[in-house]
Design a protein around this ligand. Structure first.
Ligand code: B3M
Ligand code: ZN
Length: 659
């Protein structure tokens, strides 16, 4: 049996997933693996959460939690959402498991041994105020390639380029806004430059690589490849052997997670070596991911696999482009998104799976709108597919005592319908194999529409029960084929239909090759029930209202939130410079022990500050900066000329509340 491994990008365990994730990655991968299983392949779906890197540690720092706590929380939520959406994972692991640490370390050692990794001393961005290196998301700046002003230290989300933090223009520390300095540190580099020729050829010549992926990568490759720094100076991550405060870069350990999740799957199965057939035994490897992950998979990961030497290379990398919501870019901070859990609290998974697959090719951007979603659900799923199934089954139920009738001799049209059915199934399979999921989803409706047309032509309701036998026999065959086509796309409804049709076993255990094996006459069907629920106009309005409200809420600071800020007028009683660059001032305010370390030394002289009244946020979470406690924040305005302290426009009582 052919071994196939299908992976979906490991979601960062730092937030809930939304419709965009489902569309680009998890639903297409699931439809694909379900399709392959029905082909009789030994296909497994492997995933897990990506729990390292600055995406998690930044979030943890902002919430005052440990990275592990954040990851524990989101791992469960993410897994539950995906499983409820029908994702049929064979294993869903975590990159914080000891097994993953061990496999990552071994992978690294192998690369070292084969000469693909070298140690270099390099200059890294360092925040003098926070006294720490600023890896990846700890620094923001302007992208040198596309000018996006909020590019991060490792990636520009606007142009998709992988960046090196030191090439950012106007970099700033995301914790305190300070301009970082360069500081030397020892790091490991993966020799990507040595693999440039190989990667170029591999991408050009890979017949299964979709065009969008190929084009992106070839375009990036034109700029040449630089060696890639795979370690970071921080605590959260897979430790680099032999160092205290150094971990692997998250994009080094995360894809190794595909392997460690497969190893875990084999161990759980009690067949420890079972994973090797997939990764080492010439199995096929399909990676599904969002378009912002193309570079890392096509270049870093493929390069790592090649350099390691013992594993197969990806058969294909399938990348889903972005999903907009009601025509606008989705945004967490602006509250413009629909979370999976929220969707599932009011709707079924299948219509969404169908919509996300059918709405546009995976290699093109798509839009989700509630109106269009309801239209597709109502017009296509309920009125065409559901309608044909329901007509057929209720007729059989009522007129034929709930048993699929014995056909009489088939006429030309009957034969033609069966041929067309096989042809549509054939096309469906071709679409699935070339990742044209939108086209495959349409075949489903095409087949149901054919059934409706056939019924309307035959008008069996105008005939006697006896005369209608052949027609309903043929319709039962179409219903069975529909259940099969639905299985990868709408797994829950497909199973429901399979049972209603009175078929044995699960629809998910069927094979495409069984398509022409007829539903035997005499098969007892169950009581027909509608497969799809219509979505009303008022529901659409309600969903839109919810969305608008969510984004309004995200925009505003509530009165309660504002009330939590204790802002007061205070008098500076002492100010001293504390760094040689004369930027940082340690300032004491009032007679209480409020003290802050502020980067205003460029604009204010320490001495002239003493005695002045300033506006202070007094209950900001205390931090240590340069070894000093900083437990309040002085407010200032910033413009092109620099900083200007906010001051009351007459002398007010010390401690006066600002509201
Ligand atoms: N966690 C990026 C993301 O969630 C990253 C994928 C890893 S796949 C190995 O967008
Ligand atoms: Zn800083």
């Amino acid at each position: 049996m052919k071994k196939v491994i299908v992976t979906a990008a490991l979601p960062y365990a730092n937030g809930k997933l939304h419709l965009g994730h489902l569309r680009s990655t998890y639903i297409p991968a699931d439809a694909f693996v379900r399709y392959l299983r029905m082909k009789g392949y030994d296909a497994i779906y492997i995933c897990g959460t990506d729990e390292h890197g600055t995406p998690i540690s930044v979030r943890a720092e902002q919430e005052g939690k440990s990275p592990k706590e954040v990851a524990d929380y989101y791992h469960e939520l993410i897994k539950e959402d995906l499983v409820r959406m029908g994702c049929s994972f064979d294993n869903f692991s975590r990159t914080t498991k000891p097994l993953h640490y061990e496999i990552t370390r071994k992978f690294f050692e192998k690369l070292l041994e084969r000469g693909y990794v070298e140690k270099k001393e390099v200059e890294q961005l360092y925040c003098p105020k926070c006294e720490r290196f600023l890896p990846d998301r700890y620094v923001e700046g302007t992208c040198p390639y596309c000018g996006n002003p909020s590019a991060r230290g490792d990636i520009c989300e606007a142009c998709g380029r992988y960046l090196v933090a030191t090439e950012l223009k106007d970099p700033r520390c995301i914790l305190c806004g300070t301009t970082p300095i360069l500081k030397k540190s020892e790091h490991f580099f993966f020799k990507l430059s040595a693999l440039e020729g190989f990667l170029k050829k591999w991408i050009q010549e890979n017949p299964k690589l979709p065009a969008n992926v190929k084009n992106y990568v070839l375009n990036w490759l034109r700029g040449g490849l630089r060696d890639w720094c795979i370690t970071r100076d921080m605590k959260w991550g897979v430790p680099v052997p032999g160092y205290e405060n150094k971990v692997f870069y998250v994009w080094f350990d995360a894809p190794i997670g595909y392997i460690s999740s497969t190893v875990e799957w084999a161990e759980k199965k009690g067949d420890e070596k079972a994973w090797e057939d997939y990764w080492k035994g010439g199995g096929e490897i399909y990676h599904f991911l969002g378009k912002d992950n193309i570079y890392q998979h096509a270049i870093f990961w493929t390069g790592m696999l090649k350099a390691h030497g013992e594993f197969g290379l990806p058969t294909a990398i399938v990348a889903g482009e972005f999903l907009t919501l009601e025509g606008k870019k989705m945004s967490k901070s602006r509250g413009w998104l629909v979370e999976i859990g929220d969707y599932l609290s009011r709707h079924d998974p299948d219509p969404l799976r169908y919509y996300l697959l059918a709405s546009s090719p995976l290699s093109k951007d798509a839009d989700f709108s509630w109106k269009e979603y309801a239209r597709r659900n109502n017009d296509e799923l309920a009125d065409i597919l559901g309608n044909f199934v329901h007509r057929t089954l209720t007729f059989i139920y009522k007129r034929y005592g709930g048993k699929v009738p014995e056909p009489k001799e088939l006429d030309e049209r009957d034969e033609e319908i069966l041929d067309k059915m096989k042809e549509i199934v054939q096309r469906f399979c071709e679409d699935m194999e070339s990742f044209e999921f939108h086209s495959a989803a349409k075949r489903l409706i095409e087949l149901a529409a054919l059934g409706n047309k056939y019924l309307n032509e035959k008008e069996p309701w105008k005939k006697t029960v006896e005369e209608g036998r052949t027609t309903f026999y043929i319709c039962a065959q179409l219903v069975k084929a529909l259940a099969l086509l639905m299985a990868p796309i709408m797994p829950f409804s497909a199973e429901k239909l399979w049972k209603m049709l009175g078929m044995e076993g699960s629809v998910h255990d069927q094979r495409w090759s069984d398509i022409s094996r007829p539903v035997p006459p005499g098969t007892s069907i169950g009581k027909p029930e509608p497969l799809f629920r219509k979505i009303s106009e008022s529901e659409v309005e309600e969903e839109r209202r919810k969305l608008e409200e969510r984004s309004r809420r995200a925009l505003y600071v509530t009165a309660q939130e504002f009330a939590r800020m204790d802002i007061r007028v205070g008098e500076i009683v002492d100010a001293t410079r504390i760094d040689e660059r004369r930027v940082l001032l340690k300032i004491s305010i009032g007679r209480t022990v409020k003290q802050t370390v502020a980067g205003i030394g460029e604009w204010y002289d320490a001495k002239e500050l003493v005695g002045r009244q300033v506006v202070v946020l007094t209950n900001i979470e205390p931090r240590r900066i340069k070894g000093y406690e900083s437990n309040c924040m002085i407010l200032a305005a910033e413009d092109g000329e620099g900083l200007s302290l906010l001051v009351p426009d007459r002398k007010v009582e010390r401690g006066a509340k600002v509201k």
